[in-house]
Design a protein around this ligand. Structure first.
Ligand code: APR
Length: 257
């Protein structure tokens, strides 16, 4: 890590479990415990496109599967990545998480690949807004859902990318650029089974030009297809909230010695 010229981190739901937010496919994951909810999630984007009013009414009628994200707090794993960025050893964090915890922890060069549950986005022009910029409850009681884009009047949805929804172009392009220029990737707390995100380490591996072979390190409680297919060089088994702070500590000690 110390010798890396351009290290990046890819993260998934596993980095937030120590903040009390369940992951999806781990032993007590949301989809593991509620396969029906996963099936419903696969239909969500089509439902939004066919009836955005009904989609919003459903969304506002019940709690989020991830719990109250406004109250959620980053954990030592998130803060360790911020420290690595402050030490200029980590150049970028690309996360699948929509919980906003990397931003709350203070990550600067951050790409929310699957968007953020705390933001909204226009389906037509892509304009993003903070959730608080719309009075969704008033729109609901006045029967004025869906919220409309202040720029183009297009339908506004939550910024979180649904299954089957294309990754917004700006996010996809930036992530590809980062994957193509990195020489080290720390992959933290993801089962690496959801595409196109899971392609990023393979893209970093494949490239012909630029720095020598990218070193790929997984930090995860379990092995993943990246481990099995030898896309990653190392798997450090354990909790990100314990291992990442230890990594920072070790680097700090080496630098001071
Ligand atoms: N530290 C390290 N690894 C952990 C921890 C932890 N504290 N907690 C859980 N894990 C591991 C799990 O064992 C699992 O391998 O993290 C992984 C989380 O994988 P998933 O639950 O599949 O989450 P993720 O890979 O982020 O899912 C990708 O799928 O459902 C969609 O859009 C959703 O962004 C999400 C995407």
């Amino acid at each position: 890590m110390i010798r890396a010229k351009y290290a990046i981190a890819l993260t998934g739901a596993g980095i937030s479990t120590e903040s009390g937010i369940p992951d999806f496919r781990g032993p007590s994951g949301i989809w593991t415990k509620n396969p029906q909810a996963e099936r419903r999630a696969y239909q969500s984007y089509e439902e939004l496109l066919s009836d955005p009013k009904k989609w919003w009414e459903q969304r506002l009628s019940g709690p989020s599967l991830l719990g109250d994200l406004e109250k959620a707090k980053p954990n030592a794993g998130h803060y360790a990545l911020v420290e690595l960025e402050t030490m200029e050893l980590l150049k970028c964090v690309i996360t699948q998480n929509v919980d906003g915890l990397h931003e709350k922890a203070g990550s600067v060069n951050l790409i929310e690949y699957h968007g953020s549950a705390l933001k909204l986005r226009c389906v037509d022009c892509g304009l993003r807004s903070k959730r608080g910029e719309f009075d969704l409850e008033r729109l609901r009681t006045e029967g004025a859902l869906p919220p409309r884009c202040p720029k183009c009047r297009g339908v506004v949805k939550t910024d979180g990318v649904s299954f089957g929804e294309p990754i917004p172009n700006d996010v996809a392009q930036r992530s590809l650029q980062e994957a193509r220029k990195c020489d080290l990737i720390l992959i933290c707390g993801t089962s690496a089974v959801v595409y196109p995100f899971a392609d990023l380490p393979r893209i970093a591996r494949q490239r012909k030009d630029g720095p020598p072979k990218t070193v790929i390190i997984e930090v995860n409680t379990d092995a993943t297809p990246l481990t099995e297919e030898k896309v990653s060089d190392y798997l450090v088994r354990g909790n990100t909230g314990e291992i990442l702070p230890r990594l920072v500590e070790t680097i700090r000690r080496i630098r001071e010695s």
